[in-house]
Ligand binder design. Structure first.
Ligand code: KG4
Ligand code: ZN
Length: 338
């Protein structure tokens, strides 16, 4: 198969954290995108790495079979296998990497390694209209918060990032204080719809385009501890306003820093990516920011926000076009710079 031939089918595998996912992507557009989100971690209040890798092993084959069946594609119609090399949990990455290597070897197909954070951004190319270059992407997930200047499909310039916690972590840790379980981001989003941001938390003043969320988390913790001393039912009575206030400060920090980056770079196209881009308040705030800054705005469909293999297949497609294939002795990377 030569990149110039008209149809390119890529089977992609994602297993970097707690989602086992497989997709078939044809010429950069997903035909299927199967995601099995591990629920087993809820009882522990956070992801247990060893449990995650074991669950990936159990679910990988059925998830891949479904991705192929839903796309009506069989092994003989595939042109490459793409997989998440990192960043992520090493044990989880090993499962996806080993599976992808084994399959590529047995089908005699090229192997494509994908950086998970690049893939979150490239998820925008799974939908029309594609963002124009250069665009500025705010990537917000459970482990990362980045502002990236994207000048081409595979050209990324990191211009800002968190110096401590990620935005998703800020949601999850605040939610833990409120007793909302893991992951708390979607729950805070839902409960916040019924509340008002009446509790005020300070916005950190960090230089340049970097972020910090650990101070906010501590301010929320101390505030709640103080209130609980006066009224043990404080959380219960104020849960809606508390969620709205936490969401408000996190979104405010993200949007204010992103505005600064847009102003200083002069980029006219903006986007969000990663799990936290599913947040309804952030999505609304980004649209407003686009209007204010006269920029075109790109917000992914919900299924392309949180971890999924379609984005790995899209990224894989652009690497395929450039002939960027991996060798069979490639190893996963827990840390993998953008
Ligand atoms: O991108 P992702 O699925 O996994 C990582 O690569 O980390 O992001 C997961 C993060 C979690 O912190 C989760 O709480 C957060 O995304 N998240 C949300 C929402 N949906 C997922 N945070 C706020 N509001 C949401 N609706
Ligand atoms: Zn992710």
């Amino acid at each position: 198969m030569h990149p110039s031939e008209s149809i390119v089918n890529i089977l992609s595998i994602e297993s970097s954290c707690d989602d086992t996912s497989a997709a078939v992507v044809q010429n950069g557009m997903p035909l299927s995108n199967i995601v099995f989100s591990q629920k087993i971690h809820e009882q522990y209040g956070g992801i247990v790495p060893e449990v995650a890798s074991r669950d990936h092993q159990l679910k990988m084959v059925p998830v891949v079979e479904r991705a192929l069946a839903e796309a009506s594609i069989n092994f003989s119609q595939l042109h490459a296998i793409a997989f998440t090399r990192g960043p992520g949990l090493l044990g989880s990455l090993i499962v996806g990497t080993s599976f992808a290597k084994g399959l590529a070897l047995s089908l005699d197909l090229p192997l494509i390694e994908v950086n998970h954070m690049q893939a979150h951004i490239l998820a925008h190319f799974a939908e029309q209209p594609h963002p124009k270059f250069p665009f500025l992407c705010l990537t917000v997930s459970g482990g990362h918060t980045q502002i990236v200047n994207v000048t081409d499909h595979l050209d990324f310039e990191l211009i800002g990032q968190t110096i401590d916690d990620a935005a998703g972590e800020a949601f999850d840790k605040s939610g833990k204080i409120l007793g909302l379980g893991y992951p708390a981001g979607p729950k805070i989003d839902e409960i916040a719809q019924k509340g008002q941001p009446i509790f005020k938390f300070p916005e950190p003043q960090i230089a340049g385009f970097n972020f910090s969320f650990s101070g906010v988390k501590t301010a929320i913790l101390y505030f709640i501890q103080k209130q609980l001393k006066e009224d043990p039912a404080f959380i219960h009575k104020n849960i809606e306003n508390l969620c709205a206030s936490i969401q408000h400060i996190i979104v405010k920090i993200l949007i204010n820093k992103f505005r600064k980056a847009i102003q200083q770079t002069g980029v006219k196209h903006i986007a969000i990516a990663g799990g936290v881009s599913a947040n309804s308040s952030l999505r609304t705030a980004l649209k407003k920011l686009g209007t204010e800054m006269n920029c075109s705005v790109h917000i992914p469909k919900f299924e392309y926000c949180t971890d999924n293999a379609a984005m790995i297949g899209v990224a894989g497609y652009y690497k395929f076009l450039k002939g960027e294939f991996a060798s069979h002795n490639i190893e996963p990377l827990a840390r993998y710079a953008l």
